[in-house]
Design a protein around this ligand. Structure first.
Ligand code: DQA
Length: 158
């Protein structure tokens, strides 16, 4: 696994297919952020798990995090133009607000799987709407860091 400017990559030199794993605001603070909701694993831990599982599934991993909505839109476009196999998207709070992310997912042909550590539908009412979910092909949520691994396994079957 290699550190990049925005996150981590792994297996990309050996695997034919790459899965983009895009993470939105505040997910850089995983590990210390509300651990009773999100657990103690850091994004670094999650990246390591995905790279290891990706190696078994023949998938490269390009995991990134940004607190800025436009970066996520740009990376969805990039995944499309680079011919990514799939995108796993945990858009954090932008899930519940961003028509720009909804439109970006609709605009690209790469399949996008929505991911959440928690289950937003069992939390505050403002988390019950998901603009990402209205455009994504599938959602994996509520499993803590395992949500990412289960989503990667679903991506492998696409
Ligand atoms: C989250 C759920 C969102 O409601 C919240 O804003 C997050 C994290 C999750 O992974 O459970 O930032 O996407």
């Amino acid at each position: 696994m290699e550190r990049t400017i925005h996150g981590w990559t792994g297996n990309t030199r050996v695997a034919d297919k790459t899965v983009y794993v895009l993470n939105g605001p505040n997910l850089n603070l995983l590990g210390t952020r509300e651990p009773h909701i999100y657990g103690h694993d850091t994004l670094d831990d999650i990246a390591a798990r995905l790279v290891a599982r990706g190696a078994q599934l023949g998938l490269g991993i390009d995991l990134r995090q940004s607190n800025h909505e436009g970066h996520l839109v740009d990376w969805l476009h990039e995944a499309h133009f680079e011919g990514a196999h799939a995108v796993l998207l945990n858009a954090g709070a932008y899930t519940h607000t961003s028509i720009a992310l909804h439109d970006a997912i609709k605009a690209i042909s790469v399949p996008v799987i929505e991911v959440h550590l928690s289950d937003p539908e069992t939390r505050e009412p403002f988390r019950h709407i998901s603009y990402v979910g209205m455009a994504a092909i599938q959602c994996v949520k509520g499993l803590g860091p395992d949500s990412y691994v289960v989503a990667l396994e679903a991506a492998a079957k696409l």
